[in-house]
Design a protein around this ligand. Structure first.
Ligand code: SF4
Length: 322
């Protein structure tokens, strides 16, 4: 049974401390492979925490070790994260160049989970360059892989991203259809954000109708830039308790998903977490799993110690006990 017992920790701070400790222990052990994994984890913790410059200081030495050990899968993981750090630093063209190579190499090596994650990242980089059709192709490639692999959590996010993209391109009916499809999947997963996303979608639809009516009357309609939301590396400052404005632009959908994806918001919003025993069994499973890096799941890219608290989350290959 879930509990509303508050989690007495700051998940991001705990995560950083854990990643730093893993690196220290790895260096003390003299095990280059452990050091490599710990460096990547720490780099990822930093860029996702908003410090891309610091992230690179861990990812670049990790790349050297990966070359030294001829560890091709981890090399691709590092390059993917270096590209995202570049994107976060305002270098989308550089990010695209790296990510295109990573996708090709992942396909060659049959690393389908890496390929899926990188397609999504590539879409984000294309969006920064305002290359909508390339971004659409990349998201569809990621969605197709997510479906093949049975990863419905990722599929739901990708459908919402496609909705944002279509809203950006002023294809509103298609945006609404995709967002509804995403909400159906989120509901199936018992996501606590279903009501939040549904309300934003309703406001987006109301805004589109208002805009259409205004256009008929003559006055200039609102700019199409803020109702559905953007994904990529942005973090939201919008609290789920605030009523969304009525707007016809994609920012509303962006805003909705950014808030739904905010880890600190999950813990501060009083959402139910799993009970301690379930959390521990999930983490034990991750710790014994070949896909666990130390702090991350290499299949879904999530931080296991955070994701394991969330009742609506699941292991992408069904390993968690039910
Ligand atoms: S979420 Fe699943 S695949 Fe990922 S590390 Fe945990 S047990 Fe392994």
């Amino acid at each position: 049974m879930p509990t509303t017992e508050p989690v007495r920790l700051s998940p991001e701070v705990e995560l950083l401390a854990q990643a730093e400790q893993f690196l220290e222990l790895a260096r003390l052990s003299g095990d280059r492979c452990r050091e490599l994994v710990a460096l990547i984890d720490l780099g990822v913790v930093f860029w996702r925490g908003g410090d891309a410059v610091r992230a690179v200081t861990f990812l670049e030495p990790a790349l050297e070790i990966a070359h030294e050990l001829s560890d091709r899968p981890r090399e691709l993981d590092i390059l993917d994260n270096l590209a995202m750090a570049a994107l976060a630093s305002g270098q989308p063209s550089r990010a695209v160049k790296i990510l295109e190579k990573v996708v090709a190499a992942a396909q060659q090596l049959g690393l389908r989970y890496q390929e899926k994650i990188t397609w999504e990242h590539l879409a984000s980089a294309y969006m920064s360059l305002k290359q909508g059709s390339e971004a659409t192709c990349s998201l569809n490639a990621a969605l197709s892989l997510a479906r093949e692999l049975g990863d419905e959590h990722h599929a739901a996010d990708l459908l919402w991203y496609l909705a944002i993209l279509n809203a950006d391109m002023d294809q509103r009916d298609q945006a609404v259809r995709l967002a509804e499809e995403a909400i159906t999947l989120y509901r199936k997963q018992s996501s606590p954000y279903v009501g939040w996303l549904t309300e934003h979608l309703r406001r987006f639809q109301d805004g589109a109708e208002l805009r259409h009516a205004n256009a008929k009357l003559g006055p200039k309609s609102p700019s199409p830039e803020s109702v559905l939301g953007s994904w990529s590396v942005t973090t939201s400052t919008v609290a789920p308790s605030e009523p969304p404005p009525i707007r016809s632009d994609p920012g509303l959908l962006r805003m909705a998903l950014s808030a739904a994806k905010s880890v600190s918001r999950f813990f501060s919003s009083g959402f139910q977490t799993v009970v301690q025993s379930t959390y521990e069994r999930r983490l034990e499973t991750c710790n014994a799993c070949e896909h666990h890096t130390g702090v991350r799941c290499s299949l879904c890219g999530c931080f296991c110690s955070i994701k394991a608290w969330m009742p609506h989350e699941d292991c992408p290959v069904g390993k968690w006990p039910h």
